[in-house]
Design a protein around this ligand. Structure first.
Ligand SMILES: Nc1ncnc2c1ncn2[C@@H]1O[C@H](COP(=O)(O)OP(=O)(O)O)[C@@H](O)[C@H]1O
Ligand SMILES: [Mg+2]
Length: 278
């Protein structure tokens, strides 16, 4: 994927006939495009394998992620999406959701000497989006601030590529190897360190939601480790369960603290979080 500028696969061009397109991100084996077509605005995700680097082992599964997400969207009964294969991997498209993500939305709260408090209504929107998934028996596996898009009518929880809860075709499935370390629950970090894999759970999603709210509101990670520490060292810090104190005022702060409980069984459920916030 180096050298030539990235392009949309022909199959996707055929399906959507874009009037306009914009590359949103291209990183770690995944491209996302915003596409305008006669059918509407779509997010197009295109996966390709990544070769090994000094910091990363080869990750062939990134090629499968869009199709895996497509299979999850199908299981969950979404409409207006499609997925398939291209030369280097798989792709999907799904409706584009307009709006800032949680991290962008709460930027004013993170400014030095800011008096802006994080809005409970935004937190509640994120909780409702995750509750919808949990209510159907699924775990997301990759909850992070960038995955909550705060739209005018509702909040969308995107990137279901790692979600667990129903059958996914074997050819598109791959093991869960943890998520972004800032949002990884200690039990997930320990499992990834010990075996290279873990099981996404609703309890770990709650931890990730707590860490997402904390980092978006304050800029602080739930666990302290140096920015430049190698990933296993960051994971080790998370696995140890040694947390920073949560410095968010009021009910939201107390809730975040409970969501970040080291033992999964001590964390509130998403319904308990929603009840406490509303
Ligand atoms: N349906 C969507 N609506 C709006 N933006 C999206 C959508 N899907 C993806 N994006 C944008 O693309 C970024 C990456 O998408 P994501 O689904 O997280 O893929 P990956 O993590 O594999 O790169 C998101 O953080 C968001 O900015
Ligand atoms: Mg993502």
């Amino acid at each position: 994927m180096s050298g030539t500028p990235p392009e949309l696969p022909i199959v996707v061009l055929d399906a959507l006939m874009p009037r306009a397109q914009r590359l949103v991100v291209n990183r770690r084996g995944s491209m996302v495009w915003e596409v305008e077509s006669h059918r509407g605005q779509y997010a197009v995700k295109v996966g390709y394998p990544i070769e090994a680097t000094a910091d990363w082992p080869a990750q062939p599964w990134t090629a499968l992620a869009p199709a895996r997400e497509g299979a999850v969207l199908y299981r969950l009964g979404f409409d207006d999406f499609a997925y398939g294969e291209w030369e280097l991997g798989t792709w999907n498209f799904q409706p584009w959701h307009e709006g800032p993500d949680l991290y962008e939305l709460w930027r004013p709260c993170r400014e030095p000497d800011s008096r802006t408090e994080p809005h409970t209504s935004a937190a509640l929107g994120c909780v409702e989006a995750l509750a919808e998934l949990h209510g159907r028996g699924w775990a997301h596996g990759d909850v992070q601030p960038a995955h909550f898009i705060i739209g005018p009518d509702r909040t969308h929880l995107i990137d279901l590529a790692l979600a667990r809860g129903g059958r996914v075709p074997e050819g598109y499935d791959f093991p869960f190897r943890g998520c972004l370390v800032h949002y990884e629950a200690p039990e997930i970090a320990r499992s990834v360190l010990a075996t290279g894999e873990a099981q996404p759970t609703q309890e770990a999603d709650i931890y990730a939601l707590g860490a997402s709210l904390l980092i978006s509101a304050t800029g602080w990670r739930a666990v302290e480790y140096p920015d430049d520490a190698p990933r296993p060292e960051q994971r080790q810090a998370v696995a140890s369960g040694k947390r920073r104190p949560v410095k968010v005022h009021g009910e939201l702060g107390e809730l975040i603290d409970a969501m970040l409980s080291p033992a999964p069984e001590d964390r509130p459920t998403i319904y308990e979080v929603g009840k406490a916030l509303s």
